[in-house]
Design a protein around this ligand. Structure first.
Ligand SMILES: [Mg+2]
Length: 425
């Protein structure tokens, strides 16, 4: 409220004496200049409201053209957002409260304005309007926000949520009020410990932020970037929590695609050469620090050029995919399989010794020899030659192991293919 300018008051009062008292009361007010326009009926008040702008209306309820609560209701319709202070002659609080329900913002008992009382009531009415407008603006901003926003009480019970929260979760506002977010949209992906940790942080008054997977009303899962802030009262006690949710499912999906593109071979879905070499270096480092061993298998499909030449590249691709499926089926979680190039593949078997590796390699060799690809020109069958080499502490460089496995694989080729050759170096 600007203190230097005057406040325009519309006084609706049919008794000249009462009007005089109001004008006098406002004239005596310190610091604020009231510019009073006096009219004697609702009809004249309506005209005045059309002709000029007022910041507050002082309203007598017994007028020549209106009486009682009707006066408040009609005046409210005419006044729009302008606050109305009812001037009542009755010392009846109940009636005054009814007037408030009918649309008045405040009331004063005539002849009982006290020192500066009327001016104070007007100032408060204006302040309230200003605050209400401010609140409306804030709510409009929250409702327009693209992020889901949810307000809970101190026990995480939802008090309010914006439309973006509804579109994110699929729940209407009416369905979420009174519920707990962690129960309503819990996907089960995060464990109880996760929520306990989050809750402990929040109750300590700390901000919490993280990426979590939640569940929509229709059961589908989505990724959200969740940020929760505790809100404290003047005594420093937490009274509310505000959660802000951004749907990051698209970003997550894109990240996954980019990750696959960057790390895997698009045809077979196995890791690419770069990732394999990184993992091999990591395993080599691990062994040189902690000991143990791993086995590297180098696999090359026999006569693959013939497959391509005879049946075409589409069938060649089918062969590679079938081969990759056999590799996947025979791999443990810890194994790293990659397409090294063309028809050459590598498998790193961590925490594995010679005998175990040879059993796995033999199983693989056998299953590959059982692959049959149907082609219009006939049944395509393949075999694989495998070179195996041990990766142990004495290998300072993973390159050396790669070379040993590669040599062993060539020995397998030279010895008639479709077999495994162990590098004795
Ligand atoms: Mg009157």
């Amino acid at each position: 409220m600007n203190q230097s300018k005057s406040i325009r008051v519309l006084l609706v009062e049919d008794e000249a004496g009462d009007a005089y008292l109001v004008k006098m009361a406002l004239k005596q007010s310190h610091g604020i200049n009231f510019e009073v326009t006096w009219v004697e009926s609702l009809t004249l008040a309506k005209q005045a409201l059309m002709d000029s702008v007022f910041e507050v209306i002082l309203l007598d309820l017994s007028l020549p053209d209106s009486e009682g609560l009707d006066t408040v209701e009609i005046a409210r319709q005419m006044a729009g957002d302008v606050p109305i202070v009812v001037l009542t002659g009755r010392g009846d609080t109940e009636f005054a409260l009814t007037a408030l329900k009918a649309g008045a913002n405040d009331y004063m008992i005539k002849g009982d304005f006290g020192f500066d009382g009327l001016a104070r009531v007007i100032r408060h009415a204006l302040l309230r309007v200003e605050m209400e407008e401010h609140n409306k603006l804030l709510v409009a901003a929250l409702e327009a926000a693209a992020n889901g926003i949810v307000i809970t009480d101190r026990n995480a019970i939802i008090k309010w949520a914006n439309p973006a929260f509804s579109s994110l979760t699929g729940y209407d506002l009416g369905e979420v009020i009174g519920q707990k977010p962690n129960e309503l949209i819990n996907s089960g992906v995060q464990n109880a410990l996760f929520y306990e940790d989050m809750w402990r942080n929040l109750q300590a008054g700390k901000h919490w932020r993280g990426e979590i997977i939640n569940k929509r009303k229709n059961g589908s899962l989505y990724h959200e970037d969740l940020s929760i802030s505790p809100v404290k009262n003047n005594h420093g006690e937490i009274v509310n929590f505000i959660g802000i949710k951004e749907n990051i499912s698209e970003r997550k999906a894109l990240e996954e695609i980019l990750y696959k593109m960057a790390n895997t071979d698009p045809l077979t879905g196995l890791f690419n050469r770069r990732v394999f070499l990184e993992r091999l270096d990591q395993e080599s480092d691990r062994i040189s620090r902690l000991g143990g061993s791993a086995v590297l298998l180098m696999l090359d499909l026999d006569f693959f050029k013939r497959v391509n030449d005879t049946y075409g590249h589409a069938t060649g691709d089918e062969v590679l995919k079938s081969f990759a499926n056999v590799v996947r089926k025979n791999s443990r979680n810890i194994d790293i399989s990659a397409r090294f190039g063309g028809e050459e593949f590598v498998i790193l078997l961590p925490n594995t010794g010679r005998d175990e590796a040879l059993i796995m390699a033999e199983r693989l060799r056998k299953q590959v020899s059982e692959i049959v690809i149907e082609d219009p020109k006939g049944m395509v069958k393949i075999t694989v030659s495998i070179g195996a080499a041990l990766l142990s502490m004495r290998d300072m460089d993973s390159e050396i192991v790669l070379n040993r496995a590669d040599s062993a694989m060539y020995t397998a080729k030279e010895s008639g293919r479709n077999q495994i050759c162990w590098s004795e170096d």
